[in-house]
Design a binder for this molecule. Structure first.
Ligand SMILES: *Cc1c(COP(=O)(O)O)cnc(C)c1O
Length: 368
């Protein structure tokens, strides 16, 4: 029976046997009692495997009809995946507008034998050119953080296939509830569960999902020996959040799309970046049920006006990260390594009433 992702999210990781707890247990042990051949029992040492991680991983895997591996953070997940794929595909063709932490990580790896080639993933001839010179990883992100550009994932996956490259998508901004890159041709997906997937701004965690057994095994080997494992408590928190992801993201997405339209018509706003504006037709071919919680926009008056607006809000919280149930925002260029325009505000839309958010946004912009 092909179940809807919302049903899979609600039931994933939960036992169905009589006598079992309805909620996964939080197993904190660093080791399991055993003697003799340690492979005879499912668990021996807590860095290698843990039932609470497995509950989260089975739920994440069910969402994408794939196998999932949990990590201590989104960047730990992408690091393991770059290393796993980089052994045979040592050229990383990275989207030039992807999350800056991923770009920084790739720059650091460039000193360790994985060549970094940064390209615009909207420029297919540049991508083809970059892929033509040897086995590569094509590493994309859509919608991108923070400019929310939509990249054509089917087209990029076709280019990767033609050139023998591995295709990876960072699906953090959309989540598995709205977009399934493995169905669009990706070999592996990276998600920072820290954001909308867990959704309550209380955990740092990441995952890799794939249908390729060799990638799965290699990523797990890197997790085990590089050691960036999830904590059992964090895994449990993320599993609890995942159950309501489809509900939350539906509300967040519809409010974000409404606020993007409101901002586009606002006299103090110079530009709005959102999949519904400009890239809607493409976004609708690869996303289902919404465009995610983020809207980015540039205010007239640049950084000082943006800072004043952020300080004036009563409901929308100041701070980085995104995807939580409470709306939050920040001026991205306050981070030194960020390349977004100085006055760009990235707004993460929560689950509050749309009317309350719209009123808060209007009064904050009036102060900007
Ligand atoms: C936050 C983020 C990451 C990194 O995740 P962490 O959990 O903070 O390590 C990776 N990719 C994108 C698109 C992100 O927004």
């Amino acid at each position: 029976m092909a179940l809807d992702p919302s049903t899979r999210a609600a039931h994933g990781g939960s036992a169905r046997n009589l006598g079992d707890s309805s909620s996964a247990a939080i197993e904190l042990g660093s080791f399991y009692l055993s003697q003799g051949d340690p492979t005879q029992l499912p668990y021996a040492y807590g860095r290698v495997g843990n039932p609470t991680w497995e509950a989260l991983e089975s739920a994440l895997g069910e969402m994408e009809n794939a196998r999932a591996t949990g990590f201590a953070s989104g960047l730990a997940a992408s690091f393991a995946l770059m290393l796993a794929l980089g052994k045979t595909h040592p050229r990383l063709v990275l989207a030039s507008d992807c999350y800056y932490g991923t770009r920084k990580q790739a720059q650091m790896l460039a000193a360790h034998g994985i060549e970094l080639i940064s390209t615009d993933h909207g420029d297919f001839s540049a991508v083809e050119n970059a892929l033509a010179h040897g086995p590569a990883i094509l590493w994309s992100e859509s919608p991108t953080n923070p400019l929310l550009r939509v990249h054509d994932l089917r087209r990029l996956s076709a280019l990767a296939r033609v050139h023998g490259a591995r295709f990876v998508v960072d699906n953090t901004t959309a989540t598995a509830a709205l977009q399934q890159p493995l169905d669009l041709g990706a070999d592996a997906v990276v998600t920072s569960l820290t954001k909308a997937t867990s959704g309550h701004s209380d955990v740092i965690l990441g995952s890799v999902t794939t249908r390729d057994a060799a990638i799965h095994d290699s990523v797990r080997e890197w997790r085990n020996y590089a050691g960036a494992i999830p904590g059992p408590f964090e895994a449990w928190i993320a599993l609890r959040g995942l159950k309501t992801l489809p509900l939350r993201i539906e509300k967040q997405s519809s409010s974000a799309t409404s606020l993007a339209a409101m901002l586009a018509a606002h006299p103090k706003v110079a530009a709005v970046h959102h999949p519904s504006i400009g890239a809607r037709a493409l976004a609708e071919t690869q996303m289902r049920g919404g465009f995610g919680p983020l809207v980015s926009f540039e205010v007239k008056g640049g950084a000082p006006a943006a800072d004043r607006a952020i300080a004036a809000a009563k409901i929308i919280r100041p701070g980085t990260s995104f995807g939580g149930v409470e709306s939050s925002w920040e001026r991205r260029a306050r981070w030194a390594a960020e390349t977004a325009p100085e006055g760009l505000i990235r707004l993460s839309v929560g689950i509050e009433s749309l009317g309350d958010l719209e009123a808060d946004l209007r009064s904050a912009l009036a102060a900007g």
